[in-house]
Write a new protein. Structure first.
Lengths: 284, 154
């Protein structure tokens, strides 16, 4: 399968890349989603700008009490990062669950987020982490929340000529436990449903809960009703169950040959309960 | 576009169309047909090669993206007719039947052992998730990776 003809540029600097993108080129990162789409001719960009060639977009570092991840950090870079393992284990756990080794070696966090596949893994974790996203173009730079970035299936708030250049996630204290759990589609590894849980405990009570859900609907979202239901509780099995029961309420669930809408909602409840339980058990 | 690649230690310089996939460069231009094309949709792993030390699927990368890279294919493993320990282990443990998936399985197995010199069964199975075999039921392949890791450590 050959893609349609295109022009290819591996720019030396981010400014050069942004200039080309401002003139209609499309960014290529790991290519794990874009190249299959080009081979199937679902996408036919005329000009690709290879961002992986830019070394200055590949970093993972701590600054100002937050973690900054460059857009071209690969899933393997993230899963194997000692810094993230220690300070944001939810992200390393999520990255390790993506696709397979070969995909994780090439695929990037920026590419995955910008592609916004409704069954991708990162969006659940990034919603639960209340991540921030730095968007850059030749003329502007802005920072968006996860709630504002993910718009719909395969649709983000990115404008033409704009790239996602950095993902920013918080550093949690030791009273926080996290977990990402998914029902993987057996062939592709994509999440039929995936739930990320982030829970903080204070004096025996749950003081903070964030739950991110992917795969269930057209965009990953935070299950705020379930979060509220668990806050202030001790985190007993009954508390978890009644909170998890709310994660899919009112959601317009997807239905396809892998899972019906009702089954997906059921999976979301079950996985939310398990992810919450695991997250609580991981509080140091 | 002119690209330069090093494949199994040998340099190649070639003008290619940007849409040429790396696997076509390996098979049709370099003549290295050991790397197989299976599903061509990045699911089966038969086309796995090592690019700058990392296992990747050569059907889902354009050759131009590999400009300047060092690539190792299955042909680059044996040295002077002596099999690589992973190849030897696949032979000894019956890690193949028809052999179509084997080049990719061996390249993925090398990545497992590079990253986990004494891999657990779980690490081996996790590391082979990107490779499909329709003959062996995987058990012999897992045994081969274990044997290769044990042998390589000696």
């Amino acid at each position: 399968m050959f893609a349609q003809k295109f022009e290819y540029t591996a720019p030396k600097t981010l400014d050069e890349a942004l200039h080309l993108l401002a003139n209609g080129a499309k960014p290529l990162a790991g290519g794990m989603s874009l190249i299959p789409m080009m081979k199937l001719r679902l996408a036919a960009p005329e000009h690709l700008v290879d961002l992986r060639a830019l070394k200055d977009l590949n970093y993972i570092r701590e600054a100002g009490g937050q973690l900054h991840i460059g857009a071209t950090a690969s899933h393997y870079d993230i899963e194997s990062s000692a810094l993230l393992r220690q300070k944001c284990p939810l992200l390393t756990e999520t990255a390790a669950a993506i696709g397979d080794v070969q995909v994780r070696n090439l695929g990037t966090i920026g590419g995955s987020v910008a592609h916004a596949d409704p069954a991708a893994d990162y969006p659940a974790a990034l919603q639960a982490l209340e991540a921030k996203f730095v968007l850059r173009s030749e003329k502007s730079e802005r920072t968006l929340s996860a709630a504002d970035l993910f718009v719909d299936a395969l649709t983000t708030a990115l404008q033409p000529g704009e790239i996602l250049s950095e993902v920013i996630v918080p550093i949690d204290d030791t009273r926080t436990g996290t977990s990402y759990l998914k029902m993987a589609q057996p062939a592709s590894g994509f999440a039929i449903v995936g739930v990320a849980a982030r829970v903080r405990q204070n004096a025996g009570k749950i003081s903070f809960v964030r739950i991110g859900v992917t795969g269930l609907s057209n965009r990953a979202y935070r299950a705020t009703a379930a979060e509220k239901a668990l806050e202030g509780k001790t985190g007993s099995a009954a508390d978890i169950q009644s909170a998890a029961a709310l994660v899919a309420r009112g959601v317009d669930a997807n239905s396809d040959l892998h899972a019906s809408a009702d089954y997906r909602k059921h999976l979301a409840v079950v996985h939310a309960a398990r992810a919450l339980k695991t997250a609580l058990s991981r509080i140091a | 576009m002119n690209i330069n690649l090093t494949i199994n230690g040998k340099s190649y310089s070639q003008d290619v169309e940007p849409r040429l996939l790396l696997i076509h460069f390996l098979r049709d231009i370099a003549g290295l047909t050991g790397t197989h094309m299976g599903c061509e949709t990045s699911l089966c792993g038969a086309c796995t090669v090592e690019l700058n030390g990392k296992a990747i699927k050569s059907c889902t990368m354009f050759a131009v993206q590999a400009n300047g890279a060092e690539i190792v294919t299955v042909e680059g493993l044996a040295n002077d007719g002596k099999l690589d320990p992973v190849q030897e282990a696949f032979w000894n443990e019956h890690g193949l039947q028809c052999g179509f998936c084997t080049p990719g399985m061996i390249m993925a197995s090398k990545q497992i052992i590079d990253r986990h010199p004494s891999p657990t069964e779980e690490e081996i199975r996790h590391g082979l998730e990107g490779n499909v075999c329709r003959c062996t039921g995987y058990q012999h392949i897992v045994n081969a990776v274990k044997a290769a890791a044990a042998g390589a450590g000696k």
